[in-house]
Design a protein around this ligand. Structure first.
Ligand code: ADP
Length: 317
């Protein structure tokens, strides 16, 4: 069976100042299975949002392709793409900015149904509100009458109204109080099971990613540096960047904490990428080769295991 999503060498470049090129996304490839949740994690500015948006063509890719159920959507006409969009929806970080303040909740949640010519809109809006845990009278109220967590429930109801196959969740809980975050994460996990949703779940927060992901892609400077099962990434990380990220999070119930590796310095300037590996300037294990040769993401032999990572410490298998 074909993967739900197959992403090949996807890139998004922006024009920077004085003729520079900003490689927000710089050649990313992966597959997403049906009913699978891929967590995408990495520091702010590493290209996570650009990836999420480029996948859905909310931002047009500079290069590469996205196959959805085997169909290359990167060259679809606007009309054909709009038809496809019912299968692929997105929830954004900001539950305040993403809902039209002048529309009632019933209109907001029902809008995708209306656009795609669906019947029984009011009944389906009521069903969606119930599914996301909002009272029936929410339909007649305005966004400002709701809390941040409730607004994110509204955004989720809208995104799932058409029963999409793929949901891109872009930092869906980052703007919420910590006490509310787990409620929304649990809701997303429930809905994922209920609807058999596949998801790209984007977060800078590894402890959030751990709760929802089957597989995890770790991004650095516009690329994936390591991708694997959630167990491999959390219990046996191999890329020095993944190890540094992981050593900084609490691990309740997961045994002794690995020695904390401080992640010093910042992401390189995207308009002036360093030669070689983009992580070398912050990597304690950098070797001479890392300064000149960028390591590709490929299956490598890492501590007796086969792992998909972009690091010269591990030879290609
Ligand atoms: P993340 O979601 O991981 O924080 P983004 O995808 O938002 O990262 O950004 C990746 C890089 O691309 C950053 O350096 C950012 O400044 C740059 N970038 C994003 N959008 C634009 C844009 N519209 N124009 C120029 N640069 C951009």
């Amino acid at each position: 069976m074909t993967a739900l999503l197959e992403v090949r060498d996807l890139a998004k470049h922006y024009a920077g100042k004085s003729g520079t090129t900003i490689r927000a996304l710089d050649g990313v490839g992966f597959t997403l299975g049906r009913d699978e949740v891929l967590g995408v994690v990495g520091e702010s500015g590493c290209g996570k949002s650009t990836l999420g948006r480029t996948l859905l063509r909310l931002v047009e890719p500079t290069q590469g392709s996205v196959l959805f159920e085997g169909e290359d959507i990167t060259n679809l006409s606007r009309r054909d793409m709009n038809r496809r969009r019912r299968d692929m929806q997105i929830v954004f970080q900001d539950p305040f900015g993403s809902l039209n303040p002048r529309h009632k909740i019933g209109t907001i949640v029902g809008e995708p149904l209306v656009i795609h010519g669906e019947a029984d809109v009011a009944a389906r809006v009521a069903e969606m509100l119930d599914i996301v845990g909002l009272p029936p009278d929410a339909a007649g109220r305005f966004p400002h009458e709701f809390s941040g967590g409730q607004r994110q429930r509204i955004a989720i109801a809208r995104a799932l109204a058409l029963r999409p196959k793929l949901l891109v969740a872009d930092e869906p809980v980052s703007a919420l109080d910590v006490s509310i975050q787990s409620q929304i994460i649990n809701l997303i996990a429930d809905l994922r099971r209920r609807f058999g949703l596949s998801m790209i779940f984007i977060s800078h927060d590894l402890s959030v990613i751990r709760h929802v992901s089957d597989r995890i892609a770790v991004m650095y400077f516009g690329r994936i540096v390591e991708i694997g099962s959630a167990a491999d990434i959390f219990d046996r990380p191999v890329h020095p960047y993944t190890r540094a990220l992981l050593s900084a999070i609490p691990r309740p119930g997961l045994g002794p904490k690995p020695q904390r590796i401080l992640l010093e310095g910042e992401l390189p300037d995207p308009a002036h990428p360093p030669p070689g590996c983009a992580f070398q300037g912050r990597c304690r294990q950098a070797m001479a080769r890392c300064a000149t040769e960028a390591p590709g993401l490929q299956i490598r032999r890492a501590e007796g295991d086969l792992r998909d990572t972009a690091c010269h410490l591990f030879e290609a298998a």
